[in-house]
Structures are given as C-alpha cells and as structure tokens.
Design a protein. Sequence first.
Length: 232
Amino acid sequence: MTTNLALTPVQLIELDRVVSGLAKIRSLKSQLEAREAALLAAASSLACDVSDTGAHPDGGSMAHRMIASDIGAALRESDRTVTTRMGRAFTLITDYPHTHDAVAAGLITGAHAGVITDAGSIVTDPVNREHYEAAVLEVAVVETVGRLRPIAKELAERYATESLDDRHDRARACRSVRVIDLDDSMAELRALMPAPYAYGVMDRLKQMSHLVKEAEHTTHADAVKATRGAGA
C-alpha cells in the first residue's frame, strides 16, 4: 500500500485494515457473482432442455419465461430482467469461460466481465473470440471498468468477424424515433440514427437554443427599458 499522506503508525495500521478488508470483500463479491452467473446459465440450459424435450414450437421462449418467472419470484425481480441476466450469464459461461474463471478467482469483477462480453458481441468466430478474450483479460486484471471499456472495444474491433461498414449498414435498418413520457408534463424524445446525423441534430438544437435565449434576453431588456422610460 502506498500513500502520500503523513499518517501516524496507528493511522497507517487502520488504513491498511480498511483497505485490505475492502479488497477481501470485493474478492468475495466477485466469487459470488461468478457462482450466480453459473446458476443463471444453468437455468438457461434447463430452459433449452425443457423446450427440446417438449418440442415446443415457440423455440423455447415459453420455457425461458416460465423458469425466469420462478427465479424472479424468489429474487423479487421481473421476468424480463431475469431472462436478460440468464442470457448474459449463458454467454459468459459458454463463450468466455476464462473470463468467468477470472471473476470466480476474484481477479476481476462482474462489471469487468460485462464489459468484455458486451464489446465481444461483434467477435463471432470462436478462434478469434479466444484471442480477443486472452488479450482483453490481460488489461482487465489491472484496469478499472471505465478504462477497460474503450480498450475492449478496440480489441474487439481488431478480432471482429464482420467489418464496421457491414455492421453499420445492418444497424441503419434499425433506425427509429420514439417519445417517452416523463413526470411534470415532460417527455423525452429518443432517436436512433447514424452518429454523424445525431451530432448534426444536436448541433442544430444548440444553435436554436442560443437564438431563443438571445431573443428572450432582448425582449426582456426592451421591456425593462420601456418600463424605465414610462417611469421617467
């Protein structure tokens, strides 16, 4: 442990106790996250097995919802949340086993693992995925989640099976606009579009807001002048 503070021997001992205690707790939390991921992945596998046994025509979605409902009731989480977590856990266990092992060993956190699997979604070739996982884990064990994210994306791009242009063309087909109601008679406008257009819209909105503020300021100043003139 290193520190630039001028601490007394007693304070140094207390600081060491706090830091080492927190490190142990974080390691234990990571181990529990790994065990939880293993159980969620097992639940996903069970749902697939139930679906295969019953030859369900829905592709297993009903089996997943049923099992997610039971888990959600026990954990007080929504079925949708549990279903999402089951899918992410299954991906971690099956596609990134070494990442799961690192979480289980307390070397990285579940948040690190999430960054690795999210960024690696574009790496579909199994061999390339192994190379990506090995490279990104070297960074994950020494970096924070925030610093890992851009590095993981860069590494994933290097091992991606499909080019960025091809992925962009496919993503363009998902363009959308929606309005989300908020409190106090407000609403949020969300638009999914190519990044250059999004930044262009943002720039235009900022220009419009400046013009509105300038107009309001001018109107207010004119009103003040008129009031003062009338008073004179």
